[in-house]
Design a protein around this ligand. Structure first.
Ligand code: HEM
Length: 461
């Protein structure tokens, strides 16, 4: 072979590799992440559904009274405690069963209990406070998760304190939630200074008795600030922003569904409920939720899961099983299948620590989706995946006086190219950040260290 042919081969090969990167690299990174999660727990990890527990026994095992350990004894917990710091030992989702958990769960229910009409009114007011800003009203390219965060910062500030959120507090809440979400997806490292600034804002307000509802009595003043921070301003704001970004991305990608909603055809309300269900089925916010078994679980006559096992419940896998054409976004499938009979658990399992926002979240999502659609048409050419590391790039087209068709087409072309290009460098960045954070979380061992430090008599953290 002549040197020219070799050089040409190398150039063409390199070009083919670079061009193909957007197609295989991002999914490969996601697959690697799933494998790392499975490996972190080592031999005592049990994938559900999986070899020992099929889809048909998923609910049975998830609901089992012995599937009740939350943090202690799972190496995976060190990762979540690291990502959700500060104060992970008092976040409701990490507390072991016991009096402190019961108090936290009661307090959360107290805050989240809100009549439907009040929830709708509050959501609409928070939506207006963000969407009617002239800079937003003008439309253009946005990241939907970023667009949604200030709405939920406002909402949860008003829900906890009964007062509008001052602009500097909104920035603190959004900075904290953005930092947590980016770290969880390995799109960036943690910045604990940003998170601590929010705790510092909350602590004196809570100490002065400004919270609208009672806080868990067993917690110290610092712990109460971390509990409120973790439950409402981390979990609440992150989950609602992610969920809404998924709903709006799905609508932006499916013109006929969006047009049916915009036309307010009869049954549009019902359709919107089905859009939200279908979105949460296809893009569940949890990839894996884990539990540690406190006693043996007999799955059937031949299968026993031992005490101390880490059960990893895989939501995406469960919610694909048993659906015809599961990868198709089809809100109308819910006309044919009652949600309660389907493999569909967007808010967890009722008998085992389900989401306390189970009732409130869908009501507020319906209202916010309507508020967005009343002001904008949505268009996107970006990729929509469950972990959504691109934060939902989308074109907001104002209902009145929007850009011309050719401008929209040009924006969508630009969006597609930018998204594919970003996918490549982001995947590499995720690999880099993940390679640093996973071992760092293991080294810090926040959860392991916490339980090791407890005296045997104080086993009720
Ligand atoms: C659409 C939005 C949401 C979805 C899809 C969602 C989903 C879930 C799921 C699946 C679980 C159970 C995980 C498990 O079994 O370990 C859960 C737990 C939890 N969620 Fe949500 N969530 C959402 C919104 C919220 C909001 C707004 C808040 C707070 C304001 C919240 C707070 C919590 C807490 C504290 C837990 C732990 C419950 C416990 O362990 O007792 N979630 N969520």
């Amino acid at each position: 072979m002549t040197p020219v042919v070799v050089t040409l081969g190398v150039v063409l090969g390199s070009a083919a590799l670079v061009i193909s990167l957007p197609y295989w690299l991002p999914p490969a990174v996601v697959a690697l992440r799933v494998r790392i999660f499975a490996r972190v727990n080592g031999a005592n990890s049990v994938a559900v559904p999986g070899r020992l527990v099929g889809v048909e026994r998923f609910r049975q095992v998830y609901s089992h009274p012995a599937a009740d350990g939350r943090s202690r004894g799972a190496a995976l917990s060190d990762l979540f405690w690291y990502w959700l710091s500060p104060g992970p030992h008092v976040h409701q989702e990490h507390l072991e069963p016991g009096e402190r958990y019961d108090q936290a769960a009661r307090a959360t229910r107290g805050f989240l209990h809100m009549p439907r009409a009040e929830a709708q009114e509050l959501t609409a007011a928070c939506a207006a406070s963000v969407l009617d800003d002239p800079a937003v009203r003008a439309g253009g390219l946005v990241r939907l998760r970023d667009l949604m965060m200030p709405v939920w910062a406002e909402f949860y500030h008003r829900l906890v304190f009964g007062q509008p959120c001052p602009p500097h507090a909104r920035r603190l809440i959004v900075d904290n939630a953005t930092d947590v979400a980016n770290a969880l997806k390995c799109c960036g490292l943690r910045h604990l200074d940003r998170r601590d600034r929010l705790t510092a804002y909350l602590r004196p307000k809570l100490a002065a008795g400004e919270a609208l509802r009672p806080l868990p009595g067993l917690l110290s003043a610092d712990e109460r600030a971390w509990y409120v921070h973790g439950t409402f301003f981390t979990t609440g704001v992150v989950q609602m922003s992610e969920a809404m970004a998924h709903v709006l991305m799905a609508l932006a990608q499916h013109d006929p569904v969006r047009q049916r909603l915009a036309a307010c055809e009869p049954g549009a309300d019902r359709l919107l409920g089905h859009v939200i269900d279908e979105t949460l089925r296809q893009y569940p916010l949890f990839g894996v939720a884990h539990r540690i078994t406190s006693a043996d679980i007999d799955v059937d006559e031949r299968t026993r899961i031992p005490a101390g096992a880490v059960l990893c419940f895989n939501y995406p896998q469960f919610q694909r099983a048993g659906f015809a054409d599961p990868d198709r976004f089809d809100p109308d499938r819910w006309l044919r299948i009652p949600a309660k009979d389907a493999n569909f658990i967007p808010f967890g399992i009722a008998s085992n620590r389900p989401c306390p926002a189970w009732h409130l979240a869908p009501i507020t999502m319906v209202t916010l989706t309507r508020e967005v659609l009343a002001r904008f048409d949505l268009r996107t050419s970006a990729r929509h995946t469950r972990s959504m590391p691109n934060r939902g790039p989308c074109l907001l087209v104002p209902r009145a006086g929007g850009p011309s068709r050719s401008r929209i087409a040009a924006s969508l072309l630009y969006l597609r190219l930018r998204d594919r290009f970003e996918d490549v460098w982001r995947s590499l960045a995720q690999l880099g950040f993940g390679s640093y954070m996973v071992p760092d979380a293991r080294r810090q061992g926040l959860c392991t260290g916490y339980f090791a430090s407890l005296s045997p008599r104080r086993a009720d953290p």
